[in-house]
Design a protein around this ligand. Structure first.
Ligand code: G
Ligand code: G
Ligand code: MN
Length: 401
C-alpha cells in the first residue's frame, strides 16, 4: 500500500568526488543513501589510527544501520572514487518500515541486531568488499531518476492537460470534459500517464501532479464558462489518486482553487481509479466527507476492472460510476457486457449515482448504452482527448448550436 505522500520527503541526488566525506563517525543520523555508482570507504578513527571496515559500491545502501538502530553514525564514510548516490530521509525509511509485512519486519529487526554486533567486532586488515544488498537496485535507481525527472518536469512546464468531451446522451450535447495528463519528456519524448503515474504514486510526486491537474482544469473551465453563460453547467473531471485522498487538507486545497477561479464546486468531479487501493487512514474519510460537503462530485473510474470492489460502492459517497471500456467495446456482440451495464444502471438508480459509459467508438455502441440507460458517454466516437484551445472552440460551437 502506498504511503501518504505528506510523509514522504523528496529524494535528492548526491554527487561525491574522490576524497569527499559523506559523514563522520558520531554524527547524528538523519538519512540513508542508495549508491548508484562509484565506491566509498567506511572507516573508524581509533586513537588517530584509521581502521578500515569495508568498501561499498554501486547497488549498496549506506547509513541504514544507524537509521534502523537509532544510533549515531558508527563509521566515517569517504568517497574513494566519484560517486552518484540518492539520499532518503530517515523519516521516510521509518514510515516505509511501518508498512512492512510483520514477518519481514521481524526478519529485518533481527538482522539489524546481528549487524550491529558484527560492527562492534574486530576487523580483518584487508578491508573486504561487502556484497550488494539490493538485488533490485537497477529498478530502484530507475524509479529515483524518474521521480527526479517528474519533479524537474513540473518545474519546467513539461506537463500539460488534454481534454476529452463527456456527452449527455439525452440531448447529445457536451456536459463536461475529462482532463488527461500528458508529459513531454526532453529525452524520452511523450511519456504516457500509465508509466509515470504509478511511479509518482509510489515515490511521492503525485501530490504535485494532482495539484497541477486540478489547477489547470479549473482554469480551463473558468475560461470556457466566461465565454458563454450556457457553459456555466459544464463540469471538469480530474483524475486523482487514492494517495491524494490521504493528504492533509486535500479538500481544503480544492476549495481554494475553486474560490480562486470562482467556480461552483459541483462543476468539479474527481475520478478515483479503483485499482488504487485507498489508504485506510483518518485523512481519507475526512477528505471524502469534506469534498462531498463542498459539493464536488466523486466518480469511481474504470469500474469493473482491477480490484473491483462492491464495498466501495456501498461505503464511499460517490456521485458517478464510470464503466470501463472492457464492458462497452463489445456491447453490440456480448450479452454479458450488456447485462453488466444494465445491472450498473439499476444500481445507479437505487444509489442516485450517474452512470458514465467510457470508450465508445461506434454509433451502434452509443445507441445501445443510451437504450440501456447510461446518462453520460465518452469515447473516440465523440472525440479523442484534445488540446485546451480545441476544447474551448468545441464548447463554444456546441453551446451556440
Ligand atoms: O490518457 P490516457 O489514456 O493515456 O490515460 C491513461 C490512464 O492514466 C488513465 O487511466 C487515466 O485515468 C490516467 N491519468 C491520466 N491523467 C491523469 C492525471 O492527471 N492524474 C492521475 N492520477 N491519473 C491520470
Ligand atoms: O482510465 P481513464 O478512464 O481515465 O482513461 C481515459 C483514457 O482512455 C484516455 O487516455 C483516453 O485516451 C482513453 N480513451 C478514451 N476514449 C477511448 C476510446 O473510445 N477507445 C479507447 N481505446 N481508448 C479511449
Ligand atoms: Mn478517468
Amino acid at each position: 500500500m502506498p504511503i501518504g505522500v505528506d510523509l514522504l520527503k523528496p529524494v535528492t541526488e548526491v554527487l561525491l568526488d574522490t576524497g569527499d566525506i559523506l559523514y563522520h563517525e558520531g554524527d547524528p543520523n538523519d538519512c540513508a543513501y542508495v549508491i548508484e555508482s562509484g565506491e566509498i570507504l567506511l572507516y573508524n578513527d581509533i586513537d588517530g589510527q584509521r581502521i578500515e571496515c569495508e568498501r561499498r559500491g554501486g547497488g549498496s545502501i549506506l547509513g541504514e544501520t544507524s537509521v534502523l538502530t537509532g544510533q549515531p553514525r558508527a563509521v566515517t564514510v569517504e568517497a574513494i572514487s566519484p560517486c552518484v548516490a540518492y539520499k532518503i530521509s530517515a523519516e521516510d525509511i521509518l514510515a516505509r518500515l511501518d508498512t512492512l509485512d510483520p514477518v519481514l519486519r521481524a526478519c529485518l529487526d533481527t538482522t539489524v541486531d546481528f549487524v550491529s554486533r558484527f560492527y562492534s567486532e574486530d576487523k580483518d586488515e584487508q578491508t573486504p568488499l561487502a556484497p550488494s544488498t539490493l538485488r533490485n537496485v537497477n529498478e530502484l535507481v530507475k524509479k529515483f531518476k524518474f521521480e527526479l525527472d517528474i519533479g524537474k518536469g513540473i518545474d519546467q512546464g513539461e506537463f500539460s492537460l488534454v481534454y476529452q468531451p463527456i456527452i449527455e446522451l439525452s440531448n447529445n450535447r457536451m456536459a463536461g470534459f475529462e482532463a488527461l495528463m500528458r508529459w513531454q519528456h526532453p529525452i524520452l519524448g511523450n511519456v504516457p500517464p500509465d508509466r509515470f503515474i504509478p511511479v509518482a504514486e509510489e515515490m511521492g510526486s503525485i501530490g504535485r501532479l494532482t495539484d497541477f491537474a486540478i489547477l489547470q482544469a479549473c482554469k480551463t473551465l473558468q475560461h470556457i464558462q466566461s465565454i458563454s453563460p450556457a457553459g456555466s453547467n459544464l463540469f471538469a473531471s480530474v483524475n486523482i489518486s487514492g494517495v491524494d485522498m490521504a493528504r492533509d487538507n486535500f479538500a481544503e486545497s480544492l476549495k481554494q482553487v475553486l474560490d480562486q477561479y470562482e467556480l461552483d464546486p459541483t462543476c468539479l468531479k474527481l475520478e478515483l481509479t479503483e485499482t488504487a487501493l485507498l489508504p485506510n487512514v483518518k485523512n481519507t474519510s475526512e477528505n471524502f466527507e469534506q469534498i462531498r460537503q463542498l459539493g464536488c462530485g466523486i466518480s469511481i473510474d474504470d469500474f469493473g476492472t482491477g480490484y473491483s470492489n462492491l464495498v466501495y460502492l456501498k461505503s464511499l459517497p460517490l456521485t458517478a460510476i464510470k464503466i470501463d471500456r472492457a464492458f462497452t467495446n463489445d456491447v453490440s456482440t456480448n450479452p454479458f457486457s450488456r447485462g453488466i451495464i444494465k445491472m450498473l444502471v439499476g444500481l445507479g438508480k437505487d444509489m442516485n449515482v450517474d452512470i458514465v459509459a467510457e470508450g465508445l467508438e461506434t454509433p451502434e455502441d452509443v445507441k445501445i448504452v443510451h437504450d440501456l440507460g447510461c446518462r453520460y458517454a465518452q469515447g473516440y466516437y465523440f472525440s479523442t482527448p484534445i488540446a485546451k484551445r480545441e476544447i474551448i472552440e468545441k464548447t463554444s460551437l456546441d453551446l451556440a448550436s
